[in-house]
Design a protein around this ligand. Sequence first.
Ligand code: F0G
Length: 463
Amino acid sequence: MTKSRPERRSWAEPYKIKMVERLKMTTPAQRKQAMETAGFNTFLLLSEDVYIDLLTDSGTSAMSDYQWAGMMMGDESYSGSQNFYNLEANIKKHYGYEYIIPTHQGRGAEHLLSKICIKPGDFVPGNMYFTTTRLHQELAGGTFVDIIVDEAHDPMNLNPFKGNVDLQKLEDLILRVGADKIPYVSVAATVNMAGGQPISMENLRAVHTYCQTHNIKIMLDATRAVENSYFIQQREVGYADKSVAEILKEFCSYTDGCTMSGKKDLLVNIGGFLAINDTKIYEEARNLVVVYEGMHTYGGLAGRDMEAMSRGIEEAVQDDHIRARVGQVEYLGDKLIEWGVPIVRPVGGHAVYLDAKMFLPHLTQDQFPAQTLAAELYIDSGVRSMERGIVSAGRDLKTGKHHYPKLELVRLTIPRRVYTQAHIDVTVESILDVFERREEISGLEMVYEPKYLRFFQSRFIRL
Ligand code: F0G
């Protein structure tokens, strides 16, 4: 009997490999030892002990020959570097903002924005929190308020735009605290902690219109806004015939500025920026950046880093690039769905998120199911993932109690242009093996906990 012909896959990666990096192959015994030494925290592993590194898509992308050539064109003058002006021009062209301040990475921009705009006692509504973003808002004296749609907290809900803002929640907040206590609405695209879920153009436009009536600004976390724009092209009525670049420009036009971690969408290993339309905020940021990062024409980056990021923008907004990038993530997600592994759906833009509560239902949240699952997966195959659950959520700075997030996830984050389809297949096989013996897996106890962003350095032992 002949097999039926598979459906035609009409595209593959729009690049070929020119240079490779060798990987060390480890045994299960070596990995078990490495995991124990790392205190069951995948952040504390030595990267040389990792086979397929899906810890993060941040700063882990492969740069192109065009970007590397740009690195050689670094103008390392202390001020007025040509690379800054190239970067500024490309941000203006593709994101559309008036002024830009380079920063060493995304959190440098978050720091500046929070310090300038947030006063003690303010409230900052956002479509779900991100770890560094919320912490900077809190350190500036603000209180983060989650205004994402309820569907975002349900891993099974198939709403195509689970990153949307719930306008009713925003209105309730304004009625409760007053618009003058809200310096800006913090909108992320896509929403990392919800599983890389996009926000629709229609929703952002509505938030924009609503905020204008209350004179509240919107600040975009544009870290993965290109991926968000791709989802709009694929899923939202009226955008199928527009290019991702056109969609991105319209998307940003409904916001007043952005913070950016160039380490994601923009295909660089380091770099970020703050972009803003308001002259006063810009002047303040231009002044403060000198204190915390460096001169306003380099902001903690070398000239060559700015050039790589500038060229990264040009490549990031190409339709064929972004289709292949998100296509690889969807390939992983679809395989896991096929085999009945519980993941957050729909599959997001940068990562597949295992639902650890469903995967390990015999563990309570206090036994750190996602942390446990990430450790187990590493021991099985050397695939490194990241906890995005109770450990990442941290403690309430005021009460000292754990935040108990509804989502308890393990993130399999796909670096851009780095791994092959075979690597993805190996990852799927390993997850299936762990899934088959999930009932034998016991939880963890936290034995060391740093005060800030504890997920990076906390340590555990097996129960
Ligand atoms: N905003 C979002 C949505 C992010 O995902 C990140 C970083 C940042 C801001 C901060 O940027 O790292 O350049 O300072 N996310 C990484 C991750 C760390 O693994 O998801 P940064």
